[in-house]
Design a protein around this ligand. Structure first.
Ligand SMILES: [Zn+2]
Length: 515
């Protein structure tokens, strides 16, 4: 079966300076019409029980005068005369989307409130509010645009006084040939108007993770450990069997958190001065936005690099940890705020990476974060975590190095965690196989051979991505073609053989997790 992925093609536009005012007027009208339909929906909530097509008909019935329907209940003509049908429909669609989202949130809020009230407690959470102001970009349905070529398009816009066709030249990336293009939208960014067109790509639906893991021993899994420290993301690629193929450190955490801390510090100082706590205080609002934009930009950069790395390593599965709950931290306002923002950013990196990966046919999953940093990726004993120059014992949260007292594995703590995350996904689907197998004995070794995890790499100070391939010291001696052929129907039998073979450089045993 085919799968779909949507991406957006962003094109610049060449237009006369005075036309910028038309685009702005067009957007204002679009938002007025959308806001109007939101109100109509609020007055007729039952419309939301209908599918989009029926909801559209119902809304037009309520608002649009025709010969058959000369006096609609809430006439759109109160907003503007002669609004083209396709303009109206695009605005209705925007209003429906916003209304569905708003009422879904409201419903959840009511459920939470009922739960809390049933326990006889006070419910303090404020209800979601409908959008107070509308600032959606105007979508152009076919009829509002025509004559699209690779370098130009005709748009029908509201100039502020009339409807007018306008030809604009397009610059930048062209629409891909085979992709299905959706309705373009006009957006203003940085003083310029852009045309954004969603395009749909079809590709072969990737196999389910379970199928990939249980039937192909050479399936490559890219596991990602997200951090609060300098290395924002540490990615490792390993096969289902446990052969470690590559590691990638994505840095820049210190820079982003430093920037954020400075901004938060300034906000805190402002608050002390003015005694105002409100986040929307003018001066601070700009700072919040600045932080927001930087974080978002960074989340995009990091997620893109993660997916690029996974692609380059031919991984077909991407796996993260569940984020868990935000733990309250002590300390200064700027510190607490920073921790909170880092937590949100992790969520954003995950979301962005998930859709970017899907666009490349890579499936994303999450595993339990329980002890991923504390266990040895090779033998699952508890590790010592420490910083350079410290005693190699105990567990210092956030320290960069690990040493496994049981198997002498040494290495980077985040990389060890990343490997554990990947193994945990495999373990989820291999419970059966493991239960049938006797535990593989652990070989206590000394010297170089035992160091499964290579020592830390050097340049960590620059915020530059350091990618490094780590070929496993002893690859499987069985030709890889045999894996694929012999293991079509499960890997339990061949698994133990291969695992013994590589007991020196890979985790030898998969454990059980209750998730
Ligand atoms: Zn170990």
């Amino acid at each position: 079966m085919a799968a779909k992925a949507t991406t957006t093609i962003r094109q610049g536009m060449n237009y006369q300076p005075e036309h910028a005012a038309w685009f702005a007027a067009n957007q204002v009208l679009f938002n007025q019409v959308a806001a109007f339909y939101f109100e109509v929906i609020q007055a007729h909530e039952k419309i939301l029980d209908l599918g989009d097509q029926d909801a559209l008909s119902a809304l037009e019935q309520l608002t649009h005068a025709t010969k058959k329907n000369p006096h609609p209940v809430m006439p759109l003509s109160s907003i503007g005369k002669d609004i083209p049908a396709m303009f109206r429909r695009a605005a209705i669609h925007a209003a429906l989307g916003a209304a569905r989202s708003f009422y879904a949130h409201l419903k959840k809020w009511r459920t939470r409130r009922a739960k809390v009230m049933a326990k006889g407690k006070k419910f303090l959470e404020r209800p979601p509010v409908p959008p107070r102001s509308w600032n959606t970009s105007a979508t152009f349905y076919y009829g509002q645009w025509k004559g699209r070529t690779s370098s130009s398009i005709l748009l029908k816009v509201w100039t502020g006084s009339c409807w007018s066709w306008l030809k604009v030249r397009l610059t930048g990336r062209e629409l891909p040939n085979k992709a299905q293009a959706g309705s373009p939208a006009l957006l203003q960014r940085g003083g310029q108007w852009w045309l954004h067109t969603p395009v749909e790509k079809q590709f072969k639906r990737p196999q389910k993770i379970e199928t990939q893991v249980s039937t192909h021993a050479d399936t490559r899994i890219c596991a990602v450990d997200l951090n609060l420290t300098e290395q924002i993301a540490v990615c490792t690629v390993q096969t289902v069997e446990g052969t470690i193929l590559a590691t990638c450190f994505i840095g820049g955490g210190r820079e982003i958190s430093g920037f954020r801390k400075r901004q938060l510090g300034r906000i805190a100082r402002n608050r002390r001065k003015t005694g105002i706590i409100a986040e929307n205080e003018q001066d601070n609002a700009a700072r919040w936005q600045k932080i927001q934009r930087r974080d978002d930009h960074h989340a995009h950069l990091v997620s893109t690099r993660i997916v690029q790395f996974a692609q380059a390593q031919q991984a077909s599965i991407l796996v993260f940890e569940h984020l868990g709950n935000l733990k309250p931290t002590r300390g200064k306002y700027s510190h607490r705020g920073n921790t909170k923002r880092t937590f949100w950013m992790k969520g954003r990196i995950f979301r962005y990476a998930k859709y970017k990966a899907w666009n490349e046919g890579i499936i994303t999953s999450r595993v339990s974060p329980w002890n991923t940093s504390r266990e040895c990726a090779r033998c699952q004993s508890l590790v010592a975590r420490y910083a350079q120059g410290q005693l190699e014992e105990g567990y210092t949260s956030g320290a960069p190095l690990v040493l496994c007292p049981a198997c002498s594995m040494r290495g980077n703590a985040d990389r060890n965690a990343s490997l554990n995350i990947g193994q945990r996904l495999v373990a989820r689907y291999k419970k059966q196989a493991v239960q049938e197998k006797p535990p593989t004995p652990l070989l206590a070794k000394t010297g170089d051979q035992s160091s499964a995890l290579p020592p830390e790499r050097g340049s960590k100070d620059t915020g530059v991505v350091v990618c490094q391939e780590v070929k496993s010291a002893e690859g499987p001696s069985i030709p890889s073609t045999r894996h694929a052929d012999a293991n079509e129907h499960g890997t339990a039998q061949g698994g133990s053989l291969r695992m013994e073979k590589r007991s020196s450089d890979i985790p030898c045993q998969l454990r059980l997790f209750t998730e």
